[in-house]
Ligand binder design. Sequence first.
Ligand SMILES: Cc1cc2nc3c(=O)[nH]c(=O)nc-3n(C[C@H](O)[C@H](O)[C@H](O)COP(=O)(O)O)c2cc1C
Length: 166
Amino acid sequence: MTNGVAELFKRVSLGVYVVGVTDGHRKSAFTAAWVTQVSFKPLMLAVSVNPHSSTFPLLESSQTFSVNVLAEEQIELARHFGTPGLPDKLAGIDWHSGSSGCPLLRQALAWFECEVTGIYPAGDHLLVVGHVTGGHLQNRDVLPLTYRDTGNMDGAERFYPASLEA
Ligand SMILES: Cc1cc2nc3c(=O)[nH]c(=O)nc-3n(C[C@H](O)[C@H](O)[C@H](O)COP(=O)(O)O)c2cc1C
């Protein structure tokens, strides 16, 4: 990593997730690292989403999403679901529909299902906040993948300024 500001921001510790979406008919999923818990009561998660991604309209139309937690050995799943332009990202993946219809990955170490409670502008992203309606810990014995482990897989380095003063 050659961009110091990108390297600095990788010290904000985050996991790596596959966010599942559906519009009721089509289903898809994308890798997201900018995910965090935001409330105890009710239980809520937030995901920062690029509104120009091809999957965002599905999330927006159903107002539901799933969050699948990737394990440390699942970096290739992060790459797969982080690749734009794939016609059917779920082909060849072992998944099932949750009660919301959003895809849940059988390989994920845990999953959550969420109902959107608000979508808020956040610079060039949208902060999608969801009430957690379901969840399951599928494997308690493996460590989660971290965003830092993925290096520049998301191509984010080019979006950071060369310095904080720039
Ligand atoms: C490690 C990693 C982390 C990512 N984090 C996010 C994120 O938090 N939010 C987001 O909108 N996109 C994120 N992306 C980018 C999306 O996964 C990527 O743009 C994806 O192609 C979007 O799917 P779509 O093109 O099928 O809509 C990340 C990608 C990778 C590889």
